[in-house]
Design a protein around this ligand. Structure first.
Ligand code: BGC
Length: 465
């Protein structure tokens, strides 16, 4: 089991990281990257209904238009890894904001379908970059005692972004060319992110890596709200000195293999356990259960979005208290139970009349379980387990795996339902969830209450290292 030593035993200097109001502002601004990730993935569910009419799309073209964002996010995540160390976290978030803004304008003013799809791929590139650079930046500026909560803020913004997208879709249903507004309104958070980040400091950890020690100290003093930052800076310098160079091939060195397996494994499990079959296809799943009123379907989908937000807040409160492992294991167990129930529900035709309500409730249990753990904890852990010298590259690899798996699940869901049946499909996701419980139990370390530098020291004592 992946239990490792308590934080106080392995702290290099025992440095305390005080919590300032400023660090909360910095994290909240960076989390607008998460909001755009959520908004831009959620908004298409409503917009596609009108786009399909306007451009007379058949079902395969509809699927392609919906997945265009995912096609962009895989290279976007890779690009983030290639440029992240050179230009720094703050500049990369600003680059993502520009890409989000350009994508919003291209899709809103598109003269035809090709340019619309091209614009959605651009948006995807922004999502690929922001999806991991925002949590990485927050994790690097956060004091260790509330790092989990602050990185959860990014996922909270993401879930609010999805909900906001549903709301905007609803508000523009009756407006002529409303889909252009739905896609184009992403310009508002994109501007807020770009302008907001102009005033935010560079990550002190990145500055140390770039040999800009004096600037790193100035920024850390500002972020911590105290002059007393030398011990923390010393830990960062020491850890960097141990890490050495940072090329892509370093990721395969013995010391980094285990964290790489953990990151890629969690990335794939986060998607293979089926969350986006629910986020992208909730109305379809509700239709499977016999609900054919559009109003109830929209209400059910909105309810699922609200649960996603509420349980992310509860998770944010718990993550620095209970720790990452307990939250992840509880989350995966809840998801496995919900998926099993869903599979059983679709096997029992005699329940047909009450099936709709039961399915909505089970989907809520499933999303609540995801939101409290697996959703945010994946992004949090990959921002914690890699040494500074390779953090950006390693997070980028895990993020590429996450978006790749997302794309595969999104394009195979309906064919899996066709070949295995509704019940068979959910049994499959349930089995994969059980596999991820075992993966987590045996491999994932606890990182609560440790500085990023301690986490990397402690991973070396992992029994499977
Ligand atoms: C996942 C997304 C998912 C979202 C739902 C994120 O952590 O990476 O794929 O759509 O959570 O809230």
């Amino acid at each position: 089991m992946a239990k490792i030593s308590s934080p106080s035993q392995s702290s290099p200097s025992g440095a305390k990281h005080p919590v300032s109001g400023f660090v909360i502002v910095v994290s909240a601004i960076a989390a607008i990257g998460g909001l755009l990730f959520g908004y831009d993935t959620g908004v298409i569910s409503g917009a596609i209904l009108f786009i399909k009419q306007q451009f007379s799309l058949d079902s395969s073209m509809q699927e392609f238009t919906v997945s265009a964002v995912l096609i962009g996010s895989v290279p976007g995540a890779a690009l983030g890894g290639i440029l992240g160390d050179r230009f720094g976290r703050r500049n990369m978030i600003m680059l993502a904001a520009i890409i989000f803004g350009v994508g919003a304008l291209v899709t809103a003013f598109t003269p035809n379908l090709d340019i619309l799809i091209f614009g959605r791929i651009i948006v995807g590139v922004g999502i690929g970059i922001a999806s991991f650079i925002s949590p990485m930046y927050i994790s690097e500026v956060a004091p260790k005692s509330i790092r989990g909560t602050l990185v959860f803020l990014n996922q909270l913004a993401l879930t609010i972004g999805i909900l906001l997208a549903y709301l905007v879709d609803y508000l523009f249903i009756k407006v002529p060319d409303g889909w252009r507004w739905m896609l184009g309104l992403a310009i508002v958070p994109a501007l807020a992110l770009g302008i907001g980040m102009l005033k935010m400091p560079n990550s002190p950890r990145w500055l140390v890596m770039k040999n800009r020690g004096r600037q790193a100290r100035t920024n850390l003093v500002k972020i911590r709200g105290t002059q007393n930052v030398d011990a923390e800076l010393q830990d960062i310098h020491q850890s960097l000195a141990k890490g050495g160079s940072s090329s892509w091939s370093d990721l395969l060195k013995p010391g980094l293999r285990l964290p790489l397996v953990i990151g890629i494994g969690l990335a794939i499990f986060q998607q293979a356990t089926g969350i986006n079959t629910v986020i992208y296809y909730a109305p379809t799943i509700l239709k499977f259960s016999g609900i054919d009123s559009n109003a109830i379907s929209i209400l059910g989908t909105t309810g699922i979005g609200v649960i996603n937000v509420i349980f992310t807040i509860i998770g944010a409160w718990l993550v620095d208290r209970a720790g990452r492992r307990p939250l992840l294991l509880a989350s995966l167990s809840g998801m496995a139970i919900a998926l099993g129930l869903l599979a059983i529900a679709f096997q029992l035709p005699q329940l047909a009349s009450s099936l709709g309500i039961a399915v909505v409730l089970i989907l809520m249990l499933y999303v609540a379980s995801f939101a409290i753990g697996l959703g945010p904890v994946f992004w949090l852990l990959i921002s914690e387990i890699y040494p500074l010298n390779v953090r950006s590259k390693a997070m980028s690899v895990a993020t590429v795996a996450n978006w790749g798996a997302n794309l595969i699940v999104a394009v195979t869901f309906l064919s899996i339902v066709k070949s295995l049946g509704r019940s068979g499909a959910f049994w499959l996701y349930a089995a994969l969830t059980v596999a991820s419980v075992l993966f987590t139990y045996f491999l994932v370390p606890e990182t609560k209450g440790r500085s990023l530098e301690q986490v990397q020291e402690e991973i070396k004592t992992h029994p499977l290292h």
